[in-house]
Each structure stands twice: as structure tokens, then as C-alpha cells.
Design a binder for this molecule. Structure first.
Ligand code: SF4
Length: 355
């Protein structure tokens, strides 16, 4: 890992993933994707992302805060034509991904979620991953997937801190649907280091510690779960929280894959009715006031009238109550620090946030 001061010399090819369209090229607003050229004060070692992803990424730190992350598309003194061609292909891939996401948004939105699932899995080439935490929405989606006999990678992130009821539902779900759900775990060394530094429940003490715990137990394992995927199926609904109001049926995730929310326009009541009518196995905690269910120490039941996600990290301010699974910016400073770049003067990087 290396750090170096630098300045933004140019901004180009800006895309608004929310609108799935090109945006004004003069600035990178929050959540936008684009190309930036950075002039560094001193050279640092790095590679072009397509040649070495481990040393081909960067993080922008502005006034002590993480302002964005990106991939290194080319290096300033890079005269290798092959490398430039690969970098151009990467940008072209981004353009075609936008076109595909826009087309799927138009064609999937009018359909029933089950038909959306069938169509998405048929039209998106490559590996598709469905991540489940065994909540109401995830269980409904899994039932639909089994009904339409779509074969894909079903994955859960076992943080090690789940409720006993969630583990029991996991086993019951595998029995009912006759499948094995792939479990992805946090890295042992990361867990040991966190517990040594903060204590077993250190996430209660500061927001920073909580984000570090979520990054180590959820976000990093999710990155491994999604490695090599072109599509990611999730149980988001637009009315789950203010933070999720902009949810679309298909969007482009910061990892550069299509993120598909087949229930984006369903209400909680719609999903409950579907689950009841189809005998979908559910977490018994839902009947005890637990609406959004995550790790046991960080989830409580909510009172009637409280927002759906009020029971998650209830000791924090509302605006902070996301773990970063659905936007790495939610994880703030926990974005993994990657090496800043180039071999000699300037780099071009695909940035995934606003600076
Ligand atoms: Fe850690 Fe709580 Fe986040 Fe689970 S929800 S990863 S226990 S901070």
C-alpha cells in the first residue's frame, strides 16, 4: 500500500448509475462513475487494473475523508498499446453495461417478480449470485427461484453472530427446497484482530468500530461471494427506508455488476401475502416484532409505527444505519485502502464516487 498527494487534472465519461445515462462531464457527483486523470506529486508503484487487480485500484482521500475509489485504467508513461486497448475495452464494457441495465429496467419493471427472475436469469450471461440472509424478502425470492427452476449460486454470509432462529431457518430452508446454500465466512485473522483490538462486542462503543465489524464480517466476505459474478439478486424494496427509495429493479453496483431487486416495488404486506399463500418458511422472529433481521447483538424488535429498519443498530443515528452491503460508501472510512498509483506521473482511474 502506498499513499501520495495529487490533483485531479481531468474528468471524463461521467455516468449517473441511478439514471443509467451519461452525466455532465465537469464533475463527479455522489454515486457517479467516471474517468479521472490524477497528477501525483511523487511517483508510486502500481499496475493497470486489467493486468493486476490487487495493485490496480485506488482510494481518493480528500481532507482526511474517503471520497471515492476506483480502478487504474492506464498509467501516464504507459506506451504499451495493448494495455491502452484493454483499458479502452474496460470503459466500453461500462457503456454496454449501462445499455443492458437500461434495457432490463424497461422490460422487467412491468412484470411479476417471478417473471422478472426468469427473464433476468435468461438474459444476463455469466454467473448470477443470489445472496440471502433468510429474511422475509429473501425467502420469498428463493421460493420463486425454485418454482421457476432457475439454477444459480445461492449464498449466505455467516457473520458468526446470527440468531439461533436464523440458523434453524437456514437448515429448514435447505431441507424444504433440497439445496445446499453456500456459506461465506469472515476471515479468521480479521475476526481475531478485531476482537483483540475492540473486544467481542466492541461495535457498541463507536461508529467507527461498528463499521469495522460490518466490513470484516459482512462486506469483505460479500466481495468474495460475488467474485466473478455478472449479476447479483437481492431482496431490497424501495419502501424499506428513506435510504432505499431510489431502488430500481436493475442498477449497476459499484463492483461493476448488475444488481437486481425483483421485489423493488412490492410493499412488506405484498411479500407477507405471497409468503403466506405459498407456505414459504419464515423466521419466527418476524412474529415477535423483528422486521429486518441481521446479527443478534445489533438487531431488536421494533414497536408498531416505527420504520422497518429502526431495529438495526438502534443505538446509532438514523442516517448511519446501513452496513455497506448495498453501498460501499455506507461503510465510509472502511473502504479498503488500496495502493495509490502510478509508476511515474499521471494515472487514469475509473472512479466510483463523487469527490
Ligand atoms: Fe458486527 Fe453488528 Fe455488523 Fe454484525 S451487524 S457485523 S455484529 S457490527
Amino acid at each position: 500500500m502506498a499513499e501520495q498527494r495529487g490533483k485531479i487534472a481531468a474528468i471524463d465519461n461521467v455516468i449517473d448509475p441511478g439514471e443509467l445515462a451519461k452525466a455532465a462531464p465537469s464533475e463527479l457527483a455522489r454515486n457517479h462513475i467516471g474517468e479521472i486523470e490524477i497528477e501525483l506529486a511523487q511517483p508510486v508503484g502500481a499496475d493497470v487494473y486489467v493486468q493486476n487487480p490487487r495493485t490496480g485500484r485506488l482510494v481518493l482521500d480528500v481532507a482526511g475523508r474517503i471520497a471515492g475509489g476506483g480502478l487504474i485504467l492506464s498509467l501516464g508513461a504507459d506506451t504499451d498499446r495493448g494495455r491502452h486497448k484493454e483499458a479502452q475495452d474496460l470503459v466500453a464494457d461500462g457503456d454496454s453495461l449501462i445499455a443492458l441495465a437500461a434495457r432490463l429496467n424497461g422490460s422487467l419493471a412491468p412484470l411479476h417478480p417471478r417473471e422478472r427472475l426468469e427473464r433476468f436469469c435468461r438474459e444476463v450471461a455469466g454467473k448470477i449470485v443470489f445472496t440471502t440472509s433468510f429474511g422475509l424478502e429473501d425467502q420469498a425470492i428463493l421460493h420463486m427461484l425454485r418454482e421457476c427452476s432457475v439454477d444459480l449460486d445461492v449464498v449466505t454470509i455467516d457473520t458468526g453472530r446470527l440468531f439461533p432462529e436464523t440458523y434453524a431457518l437456514w437448515a429448514e430452508t435447505e431441507r424444504k427446497y433440497g439445496l445446499r446454500i453456500r456459506a461465506v465466512y469472515p476471515q479468521q485473522g480479521s475476526v481475531e484482530a478485531f476482537v483483540e483490538q475492540y473486544g467481542i462486542d466492541g461495535f457498541y462503543d463507536t461508529h467507527d468500530a461498528r463499521l469495522r465489524c460490518c466490513h470484516m464480517r459482512k462486506i469483505e466476505p460479500l466481495s468474495r461471494a460475488l467474485a466473478g459474478a455478472s449479476g447479483w439478486i437481492v431482496g431490497l424494496r424501495a419502501d424499506q427506508s428513506d435510504h432505499r427509495q431510489e431502488t430500481k429493479v436493475v442498477s449497476i453496483d459499484e463492483r461493476g455488476l448488475l444488481k437486481f431487486s425483483p421485489l423493488f416495488d412490492w410493499s412488506r404486506q405484498d411479500v407477507q401475502s405471497y409468503a403466506k399463500n405459498n407456505q414459504v418458511p419464515l423466521n419466527p422472529l418476524h412474529d415477535r416484532g423483528f422486521v429486518s433481521i441481521g446479527c443478534a447483538p445489533c438487531t431488536r424488535a421494533i414497536a408498531p409505527g416505527e420504520p422497518e429498519r429502526a431495529g438495526r443498530w438502534w443505538w446509532e443515528e438514523d442516517a448511519k444505519r446501513e452496513c455497506g452491503l448495498h453501498s460501499r460508501r455506507d461503510a465510509g472510512d472502511m473502504v479498503e485502502r488500496a495502493p495509490l498509483a502510478p509508476a511515474d506521473t499521471a494515472i487514469k482511474g475509473g472512479n466510483s464516487s463523487g469527490a
